[in-house]
Design a protein around this ligand. Structure first.
Ligand code: NAD
Length: 250
């Protein structure tokens, strides 16, 4: 089947569906100027050592890792990024009343900035726009803490308890929020169509939404320019640019 035929078929599935569930990974935001991690130009593909900045044990025990992480946050491309046509297409899907849940591995909040309702967005890896204290759990806007870094504190501590501050995202070695995960897995089981967009589908347990939707009788659509770990489960594989494909199918 050609890509054109596959796009037409997926459009008709979405037209007929009452509940569309979308899982997004870093690939949806690359056209907004935020690099992914594992794609060909990914941050870790180009510099495997960068993974240490997001590994909880390194972060908690090595002050230099924290100082490097604060500098990386300060310069993060997400602060300048705007939603692209793919994010906008998912806002259109919500306006049509089709979007049952928007599960995202992303931490950039571009779905909410584009206009998707926060209640529909399930952020399984948290958000970089908030800081949290590892010790007392207090949350605060990330930009407030970044202002302290800019003012000369290389590794700012919690203002309430002095504990280590990090971004409110899930690092390697850190457990996912079980309630958030349960919401995501439940939504996947309720999907008439599940669209997995721009994720390598290697990171568990969240990649589990694909087999869950498949087992529950939902159609699985995978949108990616490369193959993914779960292509075998897809009813349609849409190989190409996410920001070109999503406006066509949504
Ligand atoms: P990944 O980096 O592992 O993979 C992204 C996938 O998208 C790759 O298969 C790549 O080939 C594909 N892709 C990239 N740009 C594309 C495009 N324009 N069109 C079509 N395909 C494209 O993604 P992941 O598994 O989601 O990332 C791992 C984790 O890193 C995520 O769970 C997330 O927490 C975090 N992360 C978040 C952001 C963000 O918030 N924007 C960015 C980088 C990493």
């Amino acid at each position: 089947m050609s890509l054109e035929q596959a796009l037409t078929e997926v459009r008709s599935w979405i037209d007929q569906a009452a509940r569309v569930v979308v899982l997004t990974g870093a690939g949806i935001s690359t056209d907004s100027g935020i690099p992914d991690f594992r794609g060909p130009q990914g941050v870790w593909t180009r510099n495997p050592a960068a993974e240490r900045l997001s590994t909880i044990d390194n972060y908690l025990t090595e002050p230099q890792v924290r100082r490097d992480a604060w500098q990386a946050r300060l310069g993060h491309s997400a602060w300048r990024a705007q939603p692209n046509r793919a994010h906008e297409a998912l806002v259109g899907l919500e306006r049509r009343g089709k979007l049952h849940a928007l599960i995202t591995q992303n931490i950039d909040e571009l779905h909410q900035i584009a206009g998707n309702s926060p209640e529909l967005v399930i952020e399984v890896h948290g958000t970089m726009r908030r800081a949290m204290c590892w010790q007392c759990g207090e949350r605060s806007p990330m930009l407030e803490t970044l202002a302290r870094v800019q003012a000369g504190e290389p590794d700012p501590g919690c203002r309430s308890c002095g504990g280590i501050l990090k971004s409110d995202t899930i690092y390697f070695g850190q457990a996912l929020d079980q309630e958030v995960l349960a919401r995501a897995l439940q939504a996947a089981g309720e999907a008439d169509v599940l669209i997995a967009v721009g994720s390598t589908l290697q990171v568990y347990p969240i990649a589990e939404v694909v087999p869950i939707a498949h087992r529950s009788g939902g159609r699985v659509v995978i949108v990616n320019r490369e193959s993914t770990a779960l292509d075998d489960l897809a009813d349609a594989l849409l190989r190409g640019s996410i920001s070109e494909i999503l406006p066509v199918i949504c």
